[in-house]
Write a protein that binds this ligand. Structure first.
Ligand code: GLV
Ligand code: MN
Ligand code: MN
Length: 433
């Protein structure tokens, strides 16, 4: 007679949550030390530190009995086969990303990979028989920092990779296609990275909230309802470089002052929007970039997001229109390229309920919240049922070395993920010891 696992669903003691969270923090600290910038966390897509992080996380996966592989866009995966009818069993996908922004914190993305690893370890420790395989994915291109292609690695898994992305270039002029080849990836095989949705139960991602709501509510965990849509652009302004001492003010075609006016316009349009509209000029490169030269060219980025699609699309039209007017008035050439356009993405209702049951089983209030940040789950949702669980962030800070969540909250997040997997196992005819 096999015993169902549900009776062990009881509130977790504070000490147990803290212990689990401390184990996770130790792994997160080790991963944070794998960086391209000494003294900072910086691990962009296909960098030397990205390669070393794949080695490290891959070793952690193999130590836990997972079979690892790296696909044609450098996503690392670790697979645990089903215990019951493995030949016909479906797969539950877990994970998040191991790339980071520049001067990042330790948690964004990496928590979802570490939480998945420790949840699988806990299931093995309990000796539970799973009626599905579990595959942990560690994506490499979520942030879109090195190349203007956020979510490209999760897009490959869903068969929505766009081959024209291989032509985009980093700041050094290296194309994504060449960078993948240098990394040892075979770009002729990107289609092989696609996972057949027919064999997938869903995708679960644990992530820090990166905002202040859970802290405001006094809750460690929250179930995500939807992810804000996002559009990302690069744009350039072409003026005329000239001598800062000789070109009179009224004869200048200064690309940087044009950019400054545009950035203020972006801010004004962002403030006027609804549904949590936000609009950001996040990177600016001034050329030639000398103190005694009128800036001749500026290259910059634009990021526009909202909790609903219409306000985002209206804002983009307004920004484009105003930017063209500013450029024409100042005699500047203006080019705008859209690299990313991901609609607002609702999370799967049934998987939200599974997360909610687990959070409730921990004796916690279940609160739901939308995500303003983008996540791999929004690319995964194109092909699979996808859901996210947020862990409270201290002061709502993220994309910043001060990013922090307490070991207690991290431990609760891992336990909630573990219980969600067990809950799904029972509903699929397994989950016994
Ligand atoms: C990812 O962190 C994003 O939302 O930009
Ligand atoms: Mn993230
Ligand atoms: Mn991020």
């Amino acid at each position: 007679m096999t015993a169902p696992v549900v009776p062990h669903f009881a509130p977790l003691s504070d000490a147990d949550a803290r212990t689990l969270g401390s184990v996770a923090q130790d792994l997160l600290d080790q991963l944070a030390r794998v960086t391209d910038e000494p003294g900072q966390v910086a691990r962009t897509y296909l960098s030397p530190a990205h390669a070393r992080s794949i080695d490290l996380v891959g070793a952690w996966m193999r130590m836990r009995g997972l079979a690892t592989r790296v696909d044609a866009v450098a996503t690392l995966s670790g697979r645990r086969e089903a215990d019951i009818a493995p030949e016909t069993a479906k797969t539950l996908l877990l994970g998040s990303h191991i790339d980071t922004v520049l001067d990042a914190g330790k948690l964004d993305g990496c928590l979802g990979v570490v939480a998945a690893l420790l949840a699988v370890e806990e299931i093995d420790r309990l000796g539970v028989k799973l009626p599905f395989a579990v595959e942990i994915l560690a994506f490499g291109d979520e942030e879109g920092v090195r190349f203007p292609t956020a979510l490209s690695s999760s897009s490959a898994v869903t068969g929505t990779y766009r081959r024209e992305w291989l032509e985009v270039r980093d700041r050094d002029g290296r194309s994504l296609g060449d960078a993948l080849a240098d990394f040892g990836c075979d770009t002729d095989r990107i289609e092989d990275a696609c996972i057949d949705p027919a064999g997938v139960l869903g995708f679960l991602e644990v992530h820090i909230e990166q905002g202040p709501l859970l802290e405001h509510w006094g809750l460690p965990l929250g179930v995500v309802t939807s992810i804000a849509g996002q559009s990302r652009f690069s744009f350039s302004l072409q003026g005329v470089a000239g001598h800062a001492g000789t070109v009179p003010m009224d004869l200048r075609r200064d690309a940087l002052t044009g950019l400054a006016e545009m950035a203020l316009t972006v801010e004004r349009i962002g403030r006027q929007g609804t549904s949590g509209l936000v609009a950001t000029v996040g990177r600016v490169e001034v050329k030639p970039g000398a103190g005694n030269t009128v800036p001749g060219r500026v290259e910059a980025t634009l990021d526009v997001r909202a909790g609903a699609d219409a306000p985002r699309l209206v804002a983009i039209d307004r920004i484009r229109h105003e930017a063209e007017r500013i450029a024409a008035r100042r005699g500047l050439g203006f080019e705008l390229h859209r690299h990313i356009d991901v609609p607002t993405c609702p999370m799967d209702e049934a998987l939200q309920e599974a997360f909610a049951r687990s959070v409730a089983s921990l004796g916690l209030d279940v609160r739901r919240l939308p995500s303003g940040a983008g996540h791999d789950a929004m690319a995964m949702a194109r092909a699979f049922p996808a859901a996210m669980l947020f862990v409270r962030s201290k002061d709502g800070i993220s994309h910043n070395p001060k990013e922090w969540s307490s070991p207690d909250d991290i431990g609760l997040g891992i336990e909630a993920l573990t219980r969600t997997i067990l809950d799904l196992a029972e509903r699929h005819g397994g989950g016994t010891t």
